[in-house]
Design a protein around this ligand. Structure first.
Ligand SMILES: Cc1cc2nc3c(=O)[nH]c(=O)nc-3n(C[C@H](O)[C@H](O)[C@H](O)COP(=O)(O)O)c2cc1C
Length: 181
């Protein structure tokens, strides 16, 4: 998979500030859900995000790997929607992704438990401050690769109608088309 527009629109993987995207999932009983996650990186296989294995999104993906990712740029300028299938990220990527996270996000991965969320603010502050961050990721750290099956690049135009450029995987080949906004 190689899309010049992806390289043009998304920041390089080396950029420390990671883009936000809405990850949409569908549960095993067909109920949709959505939340914001960070795009960790992307390559010719697809787009990667990382999360906690105990989270609802992971239960959804285990039941139904079909997901959508939505990126929005400020100021009515651009939107990118990616449909695809989520699979577990390879182990080396998982390790590298944790290493690339900021100290704050590493600690969040360690302390992001249901028990911690129940504590009063004072207790959360003191446990957070006292925590000694291990070098490695917690065993709840999990990553997913979203292999796209469709990418839709929406662009506004002040002097004309907005338009979408869409790439759909059909029988192993990418087919492109233009759609109205
Ligand atoms: C700007 C922003 C970035 C976020 N990035 C992540 C992320 O990269 N990974 C993650 O698991 N949760 C992230 N979250 C929290 C999720 O939105 C969500 O609340 C959490 O993962 C639990 O989701 P779930 O219960 O639907 O699984 C982020 C939230 C915000 C507002």
């Amino acid at each position: 998979m190689s899309f010049p527009l992806l390289d043009e629109w998304l920041p390089a993987n080396s950029e420390p500030e990671r883009p936000q995207m809405i990850l949409s999932t569908v549960s095993g009983s067909g109920i949709p859900d959505a939340r914001t996650v960070l795009l960790t990186e992307f390559d010719s296989d697809g787009l990667y995000f990382h999360t906690d294995s105990r989270s609802r999104k992971v239960a959804d993906i285990a039941a139904n790997p079909a997901v959508a990712l939505t990126f929005l740029w400020p100021g009515f300028t651009r939107q990118l929607v990616v449909q695809g299938r989520a699979e577990m990220a390879p182990a080396p990527e998982l390790v590298a992704a944790f290493e690339a996270r900021s100290p704050y996000l590493k600690q969040l991965a360690w302390l992001n438990s249901a028990e911690f969320a129940q504590l009063e603010l004072d207790e959360r502050l003191s446990q957070w401050a006292a925590f000694e961050l291990p070098a490695e990721a917690p065993n709840t750290w999990i990553g997913f690769l979203v292999r796209p099956t469709r990418l839709t690049f929406w662009r506004s135009n002040q002097d004309a109608a907005s338009r979408r450029e869409e790439f759909t995987l059909v029988g192993g080949d990418w087919v492109s088309s233009y759609l109205p906004g």
